[in-house]
Ligand binder design. Structure first.
Ligand SMILES: *[C@@H]1O[C@H](CO)[C@@H](O)[C@H](O)[C@H]1NC(C)=O
Ligand SMILES: *[C@@H]1O[C@H](CO)[C@@H](O)[C@H](O)[C@H]1NC(C)=O
Ligand SMILES: *[C@@H]1O[C@H](CO)[C@@H](O)[C@H](O)[C@H]1NC(C)=O
Ligand SMILES: *[C@@H]1O[C@H](CO)[C@@H](O)[C@H](O)[C@H]1NC(C)=O
Ligand SMILES: *[C@@H]1O[C@H](CO)[C@@H](O)[C@H](O)[C@H]1NC(C)=O
Ligand SMILES: *[C@@H]1O[C@H](CO)[C@@H](O)[C@H](O)[C@H]1NC(C)=O
Ligand SMILES: *[C@@H]1O[C@H](CO)[C@@H](O)[C@H](O)[C@H]1NC(C)=O
Ligand SMILES: *[C@@H]1O[C@H](CO)[C@@H](O)[C@H](O)[C@H]1NC(C)=O
Ligand SMILES: *[C@@H]1O[C@H](CO)[C@@H](O)[C@H](O)[C@H]1NC(C)=O
Ligand SMILES: *[C@@H]1O[C@H](CO)[C@@H](O)[C@H](O)[C@H]1NC(C)=O
Ligand SMILES: *[C@@H]1O[C@H](CO)[C@@H](O)[C@H](O)[C@H]1NC(C)=O
Ligand SMILES: *[C@@H]1O[C@H](CO)[C@@H](O)[C@H](O)[C@H]1NC(C)=O
Ligand SMILES: [Cu+2]
Length: 656
């Protein structure tokens, strides 16, 4: 039986490969097109999941139909030009737009992340994204790169068609998956980056969605091969994805073709894309479940009413009943590490690196009580001048990383060097990291370590077996308390952001910036700021000359740069902050204070006061910081959040 199945699998594989070579004989003489878009952002309401009318970010396509939701999909062919004018129609929010996974060769300023490659777009201002899509094909997406905005819906899928697509299929379908919050991101961020949330517990989403809805119906035809593009446009959780009784043959991952690999389940972190071939059955007597499941290990608490598994419908025959939830015994999903790039994308592992960048990921509180995320103890703090502009204006100092600030983790890469990034995750969570401007080889990824073990650090002198043809992609997860190692060639001059794609963690500062081949950036005509870009900077009052501190005289003088808050005194823990926070509030929140004493195992106020003293902190200072940042009005809200945090903390303690 096993043998027969294996033979059948081989036969399919051969068929696919044959189809591949035959389709490559069609030498397309495609003439590139230009796609023009003129979009205006706005604020609206939309009931995405069918259970709550949420505040969302709308788009006006300026086609006479007014603001709409969701945002449109983009479909172009490789070689095409995109000219997208983004008009900021918000009353009081800056914005930006990033095309996730596009290399932006020679057009770094069109990459999108605000204060990295561009000035934020102020309300009333318009940025013209103008670039060609060169040497890339496959599944991508676009999203705002400002303050977690895309979780309010400012995102869409991007497909880059390949006239010489190497695999055979009949029809194509896109599934845009994500998680969904009922509250808007600005509101959630206020309670997340807050002294009352000292453990940095991420807000819990309300639902998993697909194509901006729930309970989606995908009507299929029998005996048909679908090219299915699964694109996770979420901002937080990874999802398990499977289709009842249907196998998926993975052929593309983050824009990289791979040797076809059959699996029954995918694990898709946010920002990742999987393109699979799904062959439908030749019978139409049953409909099947398309399942999405939360990776609930990423949630600090799992509320009782949270539905972890969401069922969508693959419908062969609409007069038959919808399928029930599909339950599997085991979450037996594809490990993307073992995929092998296919065709022209298949490249041997790069040799020993010319430069190795080793970064340790950690999370901790700073003196203001707020929980931050760090690479090598530095939490990314936005510079006063967008980093690309510091590069462009710093002349022969541009290859000195100091120019870019002491809180940005800036690394300078020389032209065509082989770069290795070793990432050690000292945190107990899973994190999906994204590199702008490149797809990288994944040469090593270690197993997870439990909470009670010590983190598994990568050993540079260790005896690892690297793949001969490593998998390549642009977004890769690291397991809890573990590590990964990636390599790429510094052949795309520009300033490229590398960060955790979990929007909460990016907000907490889990980012660094690569300054790649600065001399070439300076000398390339197409890399000079467009007149439109300069006017966008002017209207938001962001300088486009100078180092990270906006100093134009001495590029090594960083006086006045933005810096992270001071460290906490040694030995201070998040639990200590919980206690301190609530003691500060005891006047307002007597009951909660008592509850928290219980949690701390402190029975009387005296012991509690001793503890606060032990912290060696000026309690009044903490109150001041908080009031300055949040304003007095927010105290009630903060109290509300404190109550919910307390409930969560208690829940967690109980479940442990
Ligand atoms: C495709 O056709 C063009 C024009 O006929 C030719 O120059 C080119 O070499 C062909 N490419 C391949 C891959 O066959
Ligand atoms: C884009 O839309 C705005 C707002 O409707 C309009 O003022 C502008 O002329 C349009 N631009 C282009 C290039 O069509
Ligand atoms: C999906 O189904 C759930 C019930 O399982 C319902 O509460 C919700 O409103 C539905 N949503 C949509 C968009 O149909
Ligand atoms: C927009 O960006 C500018 C420059 O960084 C900043 O001063 C301003 O506060 C931002 N506006 C909002 C609403 O965040
Ligand atoms: C887009 O860029 C091309 C190439 O630099 C230029 O010729 C064209 O004028 C630009 N278009 C707009 C609308 O900026
Ligand atoms: C899902 O949305 C995409 C656009 O992102 C669309 O192309 C596709 O047809 C939709 N799929 C279904 C099953 O509705
Ligand atoms: C769909 O199901 C109905 C009800 O069982 C049946 O009458 C019909 O023939 C089916 N259609 C197809 C295309 O199988
Ligand atoms: C969710 O899915 C998993 C995997 O199929 C299953 O073990 C679990 O029982 C499901 N939970 C619920 C509440 O349906
Ligand atoms: C298609 O043919 C071209 C030119 O011969 C080759 O470079 C490319 O790798 C082929 N594509 C695939 C997917 O085999
Ligand atoms: C970060 O700080 C910790 C504690 O002070 C120290 O042990 C560690 O070496 C630092 N890590 C780096 C990469 O500087
Ligand atoms: C950089 O250029 C300036 C003049 O533009 C010169 O004074 C300085 O010595 C140069 N520095 C280096 C490191 O070459
Ligand atoms: C490294 O590992 C390989 C395979 O596990 C083994 O054959 C080899 O002896 C090891 N080399 C050293 C120096 O430990
Ligand atoms: Cu993260």
């Amino acid at each position: 039986m096993v043998k027969i199945l294996y033979a059948a699998f081989l036969a399919t594989l051969m068929a696919v490969i044959n189809a591949a070579s035959s389709s490559n004989t069609t030498n397309s003489t495609y003439i590139p097109q230009t796609h023009n878009y003129n979009w205006t952002t706005g604020q609206g309401h939309y009931n995405v999941d069918g259970t709550f009318d949420a505040e969302v970010i709308t788009v006006d396509l300026n086609d006479g139909n007014g603001p709409q939701f969701p945002w449109p999909s983009i479909r172009v062919t490789t070689g095409d030009r995109i000219i997208l004018q983004l008009n900021n129609g918000f009353a009081d929010k800056n914005t930006s737009l990033h095309f996730h996974g596009l290399f932006q060769k020679g057009s770094n300023q069109m990459d999108g992340p605000e204060m990295i490659t561009q000035c934020p777009i102020a309300p009333g201002s318009s940025f013209v994204y103008n670039f060609t899509v060169t040497d890339q094909v496959g599944s991508y997406w676009y999203h705002s790169h400002t303050k977690g905005q895309y979780m309010d819906g400012m995102r869409g899928t991007v497909v880059i068609q390949d006239p010489d697509f190497p695999f055979d299929y009949d029809k194509e379908e896109v599934l845009q998956i994500a998680e969904w919050y009922h509250k808007d991101i600005d509101t959630l961020t206020k309670t997340f980056m807050n002294v009352y949330n000292p453990t940095g517990a991420e807000p819990i989403p309300q639902n998993l969605i697909v194509n901006n809805t729930m309970n989606l119906t995908w009507s299929v035809e029998p005996d048909t091969t679908y090219l299915l593009r699964i694109i996770n446009t979420g901002g937080f959780v990874s999802q398990y994805f499977w289709i009842e009784d249907h196998e998926m043959q993975v052929v593309e991952v983050d824009g990289i073709y791979v040797e076809p690999y059959t699996t029954s389940m995918l694990y898709v972190t946010i920002a990742q894309r999987y393109t699979v071939l799904v062959k439908t059955k030749d019978t139409t007597n049953k409909n099947y479940a398309i399942m999405q499941k939360f990776d609930d290990t990423m949630l600090d608490v799992v509320p009782k009413d949270l539905v972890l598994n969401r069922t969508n419908f693959m419908v062969y025959n609409s007069s038959l009943a919808n399928p029930e939830e599909n339950i599997v015994d085991e979450l037996d999903f594809l490990d993307d590490f073992y995929l092998v790039p296919y065709g022209a994308q298949k490249e041997e592992i790069y040799g020993e690196p010319d430069q190795r960048i080793t970064v340790d990921v950690s999370m901790n509180n700073l003196i203001n009580g707020i929980n931050y995320a760090f690479f090598n103890n530095i939490t990314f703090t936005y510079p006063k001048v967008p980093t690309l502009m510091s590069l462009l204006s710093s002349g022969n100092e541009s290859s000195n990383p100091e120019v870019y600030g002491s809180n940005t983790n800036a690394f300078v890469l020389e032209k065509d060097e082989v770069i290795e990034i070793v990432l050690n995750n000292l945190d107990t969570g899973t994190h999906p990291f994204h590199l702008h401007g490149h797809a990288f080889q994944v040469i090593e990824r270690d197993v997870a370590r439990d909470d009670d073990q010590t983190p598994l650090m990568y050993d540079v002198d260790g005896n690892y077996t690297y793949p001969k043809y490593p998998m390549k992609r642009d977004t890769l997860y690291v397991r809890p308390q573990s590590n990964f190692v990636i390599r790429f060639k510094a052949n795309n001059p520009g300033v490229w952001f590398f960060h955790c794609h979990i929007e909460w963690h990016l907000t907490q500062g889990l980012a660094l910036v690569l300054i790649e081949d600065p001399a070439t950036v300076q000398s390339t005509l197409s890399q000079q700021l467009t007149a439109n870009h300069i006017s966008v900077c002017d209207s938001v009052s962001v300088p486009y000359l100078g180092n990270a501190a906006a100093n134009t005289n001495d590029f090594l003088d960083l006086a006045g740069e933005n810096k992270q808050h001071k460290n906490l005194p040694k030995g201070f823990t998040a639990k200590g902050i919980v206690a301190m926070t609530f003691s500060c509030l005891s006047g307002i929140l007597g009951m909660i204070t008592i509850a928290i004493y219980g949690l701390m195992g402190m029975k009387d106020e005296e012991a509690q006061m001793d503890f606060v003293e032990e912290l060696g902190l000026d309690v009044n200072e903490v109150i001041e910081v908080n009031e300055n940042e949040e304003g007095e009005e927010d105290e009630e809200e903060a109290a509300e959040s404190a109550t919910s945090l307390l409930t969560e903390t208690k829940t967690k303690t109980v479940s442990e």
